[in-house]
Design a protein around this ligand. Sequence first.
Ligand code: MG
Length: 403
Amino acid sequence: MLLLRPLTRRTVGVKLSARGLSSSLRLSQVQPQQQQPIAFVFDIDGVLMQTKNPILPHAPMVLSHLKDHNIPFVLLTNGGGQTEQARVDFLNSALSPSVSEADVGDDSDSTKLLHTSQLIQSHTPMKNLVDKYKRVLVIGGLDPQARDVALSYGFKEVIRPIDIVRATPNVWPYTRYTQHELTHHSLSATESKIETEPIDAVLVFNDPRDMGTDLQVTIDALCSDKGLFGTRRNSGASSPSVPIIWSNMDLLWSTGYPIPRFGQGAFRISTRELYKRLNDGKELEDTVLGKPWPVSYAFAEWVLGKEWRRINGSAQKGSKGIVPGLGVRPKEQLFKKVYMVGDNPESDILGGNDYGWETILVRTGVYKDGDFERNPKLARPTLGVFDNVWEGVSAALKANNIK
Ligand SMILES: [Mg+2]
């Protein structure tokens, strides 16, 4: 049954210990859970943050409260383009003003809101592809950060569009790269071997920053002769020359601008349409990760289990592998309930519902009141719609008699 009425938070009990936060903000007392705990999975943009700005005071209040009461949570975002460590360092400093620059990169500090292991970006599951593809073209995100991310995952050779432009400037004459970027953020033609070495796959890590260049080189790769740039195969197949894997298919995302902006999904639509036009009407075969697809929720469930073991001091130190394979669900049901908290019915809520989790929708992002009336097919949250993340989590705790 849908519950669309925002619940009022309880104000009995525990004083929040969030650093620098008002002590007048209170939440119902939560006892540490030993077995069958509930757990939370948070989207970031539109739930905890609006682009670079934290949603205050609710975002740090909620994370501090869950941390202080040993309730497991992870962040599952369709964003990306930087290393998990860099993103967590930024979030810790944005959400916990007491964290100084000198503290970044040190996960051992127990006062930090977030550990690096709690962040799942849309491309994080691509770690599982390093044994499958050796030389990859990584699209989207910034230079040089996006290359650093792929290398940090273990890919042996990482090619970026800027490398292709540097080696063959006529590949896209209208490119927006500056001379500084070309000099400092690209591989030389000798290093990149663009004209002699084929790529094994295209991985779209994040939204394009230069849509024209990225569209051109992506289509070039998909329609090439076995992945070699500057070549073209015979047209007419749905299967591209090299596989393409998208980290998400979000058409829109919330930036703080009054109207949601185009995301990676807009780039995917454009790529698919161009591929179709160049391949006798054949639909492109591709793979999509990220919300709302179950592969990302399964990955999050593994990470939640790891987080639960970390909280209980039973984490296996030094174990690098998180999941046995993309899309594989854990056999063990560690949690009584998992709540997905998001701002986007078509992404967070749809995927959470399909995966069998409880879902909480907030009003601080993409979703606007009246959306369900305008589009009755939108996925609806199982717990309800709430003004902010604090109200949503309060209702979930109350629903589980955690007081
Ligand atoms: Mg969002």
